[in-house]
Design a protein around this ligand. Sequence first.
Ligand code: 5GP
Ligand code: ZN
Length: 115
Amino acid sequence: MSTDCLFCRIVEGSVPSTIVHETDSVLAFRDIDPQADTHILVIPKEHFPDAASMAAADPKLAGEVLAAAGEVAKIDGVDASGYRLVFNTGADANQTVFHAHCHVLGGRNLQWPPG
Ligand code: 5GP
Ligand code: ZN
């Protein structure tokens, strides 16, 4: 837990969120500024600054984040139509919250390449 981390505060419940799915190790909640009909963030409850550091420290947890991303895609009904998983990492990717998170985006045709 990092007291100055927004997503750690969401995990502890001091910042409200719309929770979609939860396990012992992972939390999924709706993005406050959705970029598609489905825009859910899947995070490890433990603090890691980005996805690569999470995977290096705890590969099982990284797998649980991916499995939860698949679950929330099913919950929102985009598993058949398709969806995109994004882990913005660092400045060039415009990462703004430095607690590892997987964006689950779906419900519309997503452009490629991304902007
Ligand atoms: P990043 O830019 O770091 O990949 O993604 C951070 C995401 O967190 C953004 O999509 C942003 O809209 C979302 N976000 C920022 N603050 C909050 C908040 O307080 N609650 C929720 N649910 N999402 C947030
Ligand atoms: Zn954190």
